[in-house]
Ligand binder design. Structure first.
Ligand code: DX5
Ligand code: ZN
Length: 216
């Protein structure tokens, strides 16, 4: 299976949300990446349930929801009801990640955990058997359009080695600063899902840009 592409709606034109969602439907993208920010865990506020409902109304591909909020366990059922297929919470925002994963799965979603750039991958060692997706932040979360952090490659390789050694199934997702130059290197290091915001939505031809990432 090739790499999965998840365009980040954070970089869409919110005045033309239906148009941009339909662009993703018509493209070779695999998932919609949905960034939820609370202004506390990260220094930015993105959007909440009314906007998510508008996205869901038109989206024809799975919703990959990335919660950048404190105490994410408060909203597990609400995001299940809002149509999330994958629900990712931050390790740094989770006191009881194991319990939160149980609740995410009970609600019928895949369970993901995101790591900030400062968090080493070995912190997840005891959660690997329960994990469907690990999102490595390759920028500091909060904003689109930032520069890719090069240290991410090493973290992908470490995780891919841990996955092979334990025979685990989790996907490795990379979020932040993904572009046509680093995408092949990310895939070679072991990434399975590439999130791309600005690179897709500021392109002259977003559908062709997604096809370019997909054709790696
Ligand atoms: C950052 C978000 C990312 C962001 C990626 O906090 O989690 O998903 O939208 O945007 P680009 O691809 O522009 O770095
Ligand atoms: Zn994200």
């Amino acid at each position: 299976m090739g790499v999965l592409i998840a365009p980040s709606i954070l970089a869409a034109d919110f005045g033309n949300l239906q148009r941009d969602v339909e662009m993703v439907n018509a493209s070779q993208a695999d998932w919609f990446h949905i960034d939820i920010m609370d202004g506390v865990f990260v220094p930015n506020i993105s959007f909440g349930f009314p906007v998510l409902q508008s996205i869901r109304k038109h989206a024809q591909k799975p919703l990959d929801v990335h919660l950048m909020i404190v105490q994410p366990e408060r909203y597990v059922q609400a995001f299940a009801d809002a149509g999330a297929a994958v629900l990712t919470v931050h390790l740094e925002a989770s006191t009881h990640l194991h319990r939160t994963f149980q609740e995410i799965k009970k609600a019928g979603m895949q369970a993901g955990v995101a790591l900030n750039p400062h968090s080493p991958v070995h912190l997840l060692e005891d959660m690997l058997p329960e994990t469907d997706l690990i999102c490595l932040m390759s920028v500091n979360p909060g904003f689109g359009g930032q520069k890719f952090i090069e240290g991410t490659y090493r973290k992908i390789e470490q995780l891919a080695a841990m996955r092979a050694a334990g025979g685990y199934q989790f996907k490795i997702e990379i979020d932040g600063g993904v572009n046509q130059q680093n995408a092949p290197l990310l895939q070679a290091a072991g990434a399975d899902v590439l999130v791309a915001g600005n690179f897709v939505f500021s392109a002259n031809d977003p559908v062709a840009t997604i096809a370019g990432l997909k054709a790696l």
